[in-house]
Design a protein. Structure first.
Ligand code: 5AD
Length: 355
């Protein structure tokens, strides 16, 4: 059964559910092997770095699971223009190829202008050679367009869950946390010309394999170029964290199950979507010392080493025990100095012209 499914080129929802639900270690190895093969065929064997700069933990949102949600009384910080630019130039000098700028969400003019100025300066200082991914939440089309014109070319905006119902168990049901707005943003990003990334929280209370299979299908339907997803990691003093503790869902067995499921999701995303970029995310590393490598072995091809200045790292705490290490001495073939764009994006552009 497993062998036959893995031989296929196209997968039904039932196939996807079956693969996601694998728990036997030998079976999982077969899945990862198939994912590696697809990766080699469609992406190659290189892994690309995105130096991650967490510019600020200020946030207007109150997502129920998040460690920097507005209503948590954490110390807030903001990196200045020069700090971000210098970190980016440092990444460039280290031959990283690309950076990713991430923040809590803000839509005020001061912030929008600051990001635009930062992008223009980074492009100037690196002769347009440093690739830039943004992960700055929901914005208007005009803002996305301005940042794209200023030099950003990839954007990550996780949908967190493609199930509307589950989405509202993870977010307050109000204008600021609107599922349809999130979908509109993904459309706007595409229209503004970005390579578009999205992804999910894996292992949140109430989530089923059916939900996760739909998440994989969502990536396909939405023609997504890049995937960033990871296991839920508990953050104390948050509504989701309370639910997890009350339902006794934070035992070592449950945590391991979330971790394994997140690794399965990477492998299944690879075999189903084939030519997209998939990140091996920090949340994996938070749950296991071998998190990043396990993600790569399951089919991921992107690593995001942390470049945030040491003094601020502890404040960008999305969940408990978020790892702060940027050490990247891994036995991997790194695509130094290359942007490492998602081939899916180029293929998508070709198809557009062909029709
Ligand atoms: N566990 C795992 N990931 C989290 N994120 C936020 N809080 C958590 C958590 N408790 C992720 C969300 C968000 C990204 C910036 O961090 O998916 O999109």
């Amino acid at each position: 059964m497993l062998e036959n499914i893995l031989k296929q080129d196209k997968f039904t929802k039932e196939d996807i559910k079956f693969l996601l639900g694998l728990t036997d270690e030998n079976d999982r190895k077969k899945l990862f092997k198939a994912a590696q093969k697809v990766k080699l065929e469609h992406i190659g064997d290189e892994v690309y770095y995105r130096g991650l700069i967490e510019q600020s933990n200020l946030c207007v949102k109150d997502c129920l699971y998040c460690g920097i949600r507005k209503s948590l009384p954490v110390e807030r910080y903001e990196l200045e223009f020069n700090d971000v630019v210098e970190s980016a130039v440092f990444a460039f000098e280290q031959n990283y190829g690309s950076i990713a700028i991430q923040t809590g969400e803000r839509q005020d003019k001061k912030f929008i202008d600051l990001i635009e100025r930062i992008l223009i300066e980074i492009k100037k200082r690196t002769n347009g050679k440093l690739g830039v991914t943004l992960s700055l939440g929901e914005q208007t089309y005009e803002t996305y367009k301005r940042w794209h014109d200023a030099g950003a070319h990839r954007y990550l905006l996780r949908i967190e869950s493609s199930s509307r119902e589950l989405y509202y168990t993870l977010h307050p049901n109000d204008d600021l946390h609107n599922y349809d707005k999130r979908l509109q943003c993904l459309r706007d990003l595409e229209r503004a010309g970005y390579q578009v990334g999205t992804g999910f929280l894996i292992g949140v209370p109430g989530q089923t394999l059916d939900n996760l299979a739909n998440d994989i299908l969502f990536l396909k339907e939405w023609d997504i170029d890049m995937v960033g997803m990871g296991p839920y990691v508990i953050q104390k003093n948050t509504p989701t964290g309370e639910v997890v503790l009350n339902q006794d869902l934070n035992t070592p067995e449950k945590i391991k199950a979330r971790y394994d499921l997140a690794i399965n999701m990477i492998a299944v995303a690879r075999v189903v979507l084939k030519d997209v970029n998939i990140a091996s995310t920090t949340a994996l590393q938070a749950l296991s010392d071998t998190g990043r490598e396990d993600g790569i072995n399951a089919g991921a091809n992107i690593l995001m080493p942390l470049m945030t200045l040491a003094e601020h790292r502890k404040k960008y705490q999305l969940y408990d025990d978020k790892p702060f290490s940027s050490a990247a001495e891994l036995d991997l073939k790194i695509g130094y100095g290359k942007w490492g764009d998602s081939p899916h994006f180029a293929n998508r552009q070709k198809n557009k012209i062909a029709y």
